[in-house]
Design a protein around this ligand. Structure first.
Ligand SMILES: [Zn+2]
Length: 306
């Protein structure tokens, strides 16, 4: 399986040195990834812009923590930056991402720095307006990318950094369609028709995402699965069926948001993913289709962009 989004590094950084990536009580650790048979895990470095006078400094702290965890577990996990690097090792591949493009401020040089540090996906916004664009919150739905943000997309396309529209405003989504020359993804977003939340994608967005060769990762966050805030497998299947119907089977992927979510989770951590897989089998999904959802669609995008 390839999971396009988790917040585990932020949790580790917050709790200090008493916890680690090898084995912990959170949703994702190396033991659970091995139990799940994970090929690759995308680790987000999440910076809450309003919490830090200097967001870039906090990004660097998270980055250092990620590198420390990888170094301490180098027999089992490796920081990869390309499709080939992922394919040519037998360990768990860790892709590094930034959730909050605003950490670069108005400095394009920082985008180059992120690339040099091995960041291969940027979630353009989180829940704040930033130098790149606007989040999908009340008051911002119809406000899209800034001119600087349009520039950022072009450079990300040129360098080979995946553009992630999860959290981005509806208008921003349509701006990305206009500008991006490469497929883009929603790393952790569901279907708005099934759970009416602005973090999810409308049917029109799903259709466009599919036409552009993009993917969306199924997010387990309870309010994005079901407005009753229960993250049930039954509703995960509803989202998958709906996304497959509107975007196509080629666009369905996994983006758990583990360690960034809490509440009523039927799939309690990444080692329990087989519960969803078993249910997909019962729903009549063929092995070929499940493989696409589980890793092949993500792999295709990684190959094309990285
Ligand atoms: Zn998020």
């Amino acid at each position: 399986m390839i999971d396009l989004h988790c917040d585990t590094i932020s949790v580790l950084e917050k709790l200090g040195n008493g916890v680690n990536l090898k084995k912990n009580n959170f949703h994702v650790d190396i033991e659970k990834l091995k139990m799940n048979g994970s090929i690759a895990q995308f680790f987000a470095l999440f910076v809450k812009l309003d919490e830090y006078d200097n967001p870039w400094n906090h990004f660097e702290n998270l980055y250092d923590r990620f590198k420390k965890e990888i170094e301490e577990n180098k027999n089992e996990i490796i920081h990869v930056k390309s499709f080939e690097e992922m394919k040519n090792n037998k360990k768990i591949s860790a892709f590094l991402t930034v959730e909050e493009g605003g950490i670069i401020g108005n400095d394009l040089n920082r985008l180059n720095q992120l690339y040099e540090l091995g960041i291969r996906l940027i979630t353009l916004t989180w829940n704040f307006k930033n130098s790149i664009g606007h989040p999908n919150l009340k008051g911002f739905y119809d406000k899209g990318l800034t001119d600087f943000g349009k520039n950022v997309i072009e450079i990300m396309n040129d360098k080979g950094i995946i553009v992630d529209v999860s959290h981005l405003s509806d208008k921003g989504f349509y701006d990305v369609i206009e500008i991006s020359k490469k497929p883009f993804i929603a790393s952790h977003s569901n279907a708005r028709e099934i759970a009416n939340n602005p973090r999810n994608l409308t049917d029109d967005m799903l259709k466009i995402l599919g036409n552009k060769g993009g993917i969306t990762g199924l997010n387990f966050c309870p309010p994005f699965i079901n407005i009753n805030e229960i993250s049930s497998i039954e509703y995960m299947i509803k989202h998958i069926n709906h996304i497959v119907n509107h975007a196509g089977i080629e666009s369905m992927a996994i983006g758990t948001d583990f360690d960034g979510i809490s509440g009523n989770l039927e799939i309690a951590d990444i080692s329990k993913m087989y519960l969803l897989k078993d249910r997909l089998v019962k729903e009549g999904y063929s092995e070929e289709k499940i493989d696409k959802i589980w890793y092949k669609n993500a792999e295709r995008v990684i190959k094309e962009i990285l």
